[in-house]
Design a protein around this ligand. Structure first.
Ligand code: ADP
Length: 337
């Protein structure tokens, strides 16, 4: 759906050149929710704004659908941009227009007939759950409601792609969850491809199928969210994952256990339905190993349940090896800590 090829972007500030993106290559599939995570200044905003050419890349290609946007005339680009909706951290609503007029804005700009505009606006207001607020002004709305207007407006022209520039960063956790649920719903119902940038791993874990980690204008890791979470490769990725895992607590446990001379500590990861099966108990019983659970979490990545347990195994070296072999044979991941 979206292909970025050898994308480069630098800004010119006075006589200086500030590099922002270097050799970005990325393919985003139709219908997926793709997350881009990075620290402040990493280049996320520049990257997402290059996808609809709000920022013109210094080099490389931006292909959306079948079209290389970098080769289009201004008029052609304007046409193609209708297929790409965008929402923003600070909503960017027209403060002097009502909810319904904000949503109608892109349709009126595209000179759609009045009846069509009215019908579409009503559909969208219902979709985002703002029926009771249609004649209010942005100042009369909460942050979450404003972002719902932003989403409805972005969807007005029936785009194929929705770009989200830190769309939940100004919202509290509960409102963030409801906006993310709305994005997932839209993604499922309309098969919309969503690209979202964020500095929060919780956001990625809640909705994304795949992600890219960006640092100093370069992509340092990409993969399925599940794989990256369970086996992060790059130190920056690990750092982001620590935002959502209670790693500090785990480090404390490990320090304590190491001091006590305990040697056989493993992290066991269950994915999917295995999360709810008695895999650990059965493997330990067969290997005749006793165990103590030091830490445990059960959570979800998008729709997939997963569990992680940090377990101390007690037995002879052979028994412990056998226990690990049995766990692996039952399809769970085991990592020695
Ligand atoms: P992020 O969204 O990850 O915070 P940005 O894409 O905003 O990162 O910025 C990437 C780099 O580009 C930073 O070094 C930033 O200072 C620089 N930058 C961004 N926008 C501009 C601009 N309009 N002019 C000059 N430098 C910019």
């Amino acid at each position: 759906m979206i292909r970025l090829e050898q994308l480069h972007k630098s800004y010119t500030v006075g006589s200086k050149t500030v590099p922002a993106l270097a050799d970005i290559n990325l393919a985003i599939e139709p219908g997926e929710i793709f997350g881009i995570i990075g620290h402040s200044g990493a280049g996320k905003s520049t990257l997402v704004r290059c996808i609809n050419l709000l920022e013109r890349p210094t080099g490389g290609r931006v292909i959306v659908g079948e079209t290389d946007l970098t080769t289009l005339t201004a008029k052609e680009l304007q046409q193609e941009r209708r297929k790409i909706g965008m929402i923003f951290q600070h909503f960017n609503l027209l403060s002097s227009a009502t909810v319904q007029d904000n949503i109608a804005f892109p349709l009126r700009l595209a000179k759609r007939p009045k009846e069509e505009v009215d019908r579409r606006v009503s559909e969208l207001i219902q979709l985002v759950g703002l029926e009771e607020h249609r004649t209010k002004f942005p100042a009369q709305l909460s942050g979450g409601q404003k972002q719902r207007v932003g989403i409805a407006r972005a969807l007005a022209a029936d785009p194929k792609v929705l770009l989200c520039d830190e769309a939940t960063s100004a919202l509290d956790p509960q409102t963030t969850a409801s906006i993310l649920a709305l994005l997932r719903d839209i993604n499922r119902r309309f098969g919309l491809t969503i690209v979202l940038i964020t500095h929060e791993m919780q956001v990625i874990r809640a909705v994304c199928d795949r992600l890219a980690v960006i640092e100093s204008g370069q992509i340092v890791e990409t993969g399925r969210v599940l794989d990256v979470f369970l086996k992060p490769q790059h130190p920056t990725t690990r750092e982001f994952i620590e935002q959502v895992e209670d790693s500090a607590e785990l480090r404390e446990v490990l320090k304590h256990e190491k001091a006590a001379g305990t040697r056989n500590i493993v992290r066991i990861t269950f994915i999917g339905e295995k999360t709810y099966e008695p895999v650990l108990y059965e493997s330990m019983r067969e290997a005749d190993v006793s165990f103590a659970i030091l830490q445990g979490t059960i959570s979800r990545m998008k729709d997939t349940p997963y569990g992680q347990l940090v377990v101390e195994l007690n037995g002879t070296t052979e028994q412990v090896e056998e226990a690990i072999r049995l766990l692996l044979a039952r399809g769970v991941e085991v990592e020695r800590l």
